[in-house]
Design a protein around this ligand. Structure first.
Ligand SMILES: Nc1ncnc2c1ncn2[C@@H]1O[C@H](COP(=O)(O)OP(=O)(O)OP(=O)(O)O)[C@@H](O)[C@H]1O
Ligand SMILES: [Mg+2]
Length: 273
């Protein structure tokens, strides 16, 4: 078995994945700075670990076109990695916070007025809570829209809006790989943005409802390795988003579950299957 791992920098996650992959065969570390396409690799599977959403997506797609199996597959990086596309899928299988997507400032204002304040406006791609802002009133909304207007990237003109959910000082991160619930943790934070990358603290979460909800969220996609963000809203659990290119060192420390092993086992199963 020849396993490739693409990466941007060797985080703790990539080091553990490399170690686990080594138990199944030969491992090839592929640094994105040294990659260009077309690229012909003699590998059975490639685990995609580029940090940038777009570099991950292009790497997966261009490798797939040469017959390489990638984990995750490019379609999943694309559809789960985009908050608007993912939410439209998720709401078919799980409860999600009230949301809307607008393609113009005028429409963003209309959607906001119907969602009600406070609300959260986010770019459709990205992680670590970047450019995610809470909007308490119409003035704040107009300020955000004005700033977005002059930002170069056309994706910033896709306005993803979500009702702000009052959380009990924490939210939940669950991991499902290939239809199997792997683990879940609570993320505690003083700030309403609870990301571990912003200092959120992890603690194991063992809860049957979370397990069942995570599996249903995974079913909306039906393939791959997904981290699932869940809020405990006043009306019950809500799925915020899914991450097809997950960081897991906080979950590993909080739960002791060997997430990297599950990921590698999955990659080995689908390798030239
Ligand atoms: N609608 C909301 N109501 C309350 N809190 C929210 C809402 N949306 C996001 N948050 C908080 O902000 C955090 C970051 O938001 P989200 O997970 O949507 O974006 P992200 O930047 O893609 O994060 P990740 O690194 O998990 O991919 C969430 O984990 C949550 O704590
Ligand atoms: Mg998140």
């Amino acid at each position: 078995m020849k396993i490739g791992i693409t990466y941007s920098i060797l985080r703790e996650e990539e080091r553990i994945i490399r170690e686990r992959a080594g138990e199944f065969g030969e491992v090839f570390m592929l640094h994105e700075k040294e990659m260009s396409f077309p690229l012909r690799l003699d590998l059975d599977v490639v685990i995609i670990r580029n940090m940038s959403h777009f570099k991950a997506l292009y790497t997966a797609k261009l490798l797939e076109e040469t017959g390489i199996v990638t984990v995750n597959p490019s379609w999943l990086l694309h559809e789960a990695g985009d908050k608007a596309m993912a939410t439209a899928r998720l709401e078919k299988t799980v409860p999600v916070p009230k949301w809307g997507v607008a393609l113009s400032e005028e429409e963003a204002i209309k959607v906001s007025e119907s969602l009600g304040y406070p609300l959260v406006i986010k770019p459709v791609f990205g992680s670590w809570g970047r450019l995610i802002v809470k909007v308490n009133d119409r003035d704040a909304l107009e300020a955000v829209l004005e700033h977005r207007k002059w930002m170069g990237n056309p994706l910033y003109k896709i306005y993803y809006l979500q009702r702000f959910i009052e959380k009990p000082g924490r939210d939940i991160r669950a991991i499902v790989i290939d239809g199997e619930f792997v683990t879940a943790m609570y993320r505690y934070s003083e700030h309403w943005i609870t990301n571990a990358a912003r200092g959120g603290r992890g603690e194991a979460c063992e809860n049957e409802e979370v397990r069942e909800l995570s599996l249903r969220a995974w079913e909306a996609f039906g393939e791959g390795a997904l981290a699932i963000d869940i809020f405990e809203g006043s009306e019950g659990l809500l799925v915020n988003e899914v991450n097809p290119n997950m960081e897991f060192k906080t979950a590993l420390k909080a739960t002791g579950v060997d997430i990297a092993r599950k990921l590698v086992e999955y990659a080995v199963r689908v390798a030239k299957a």
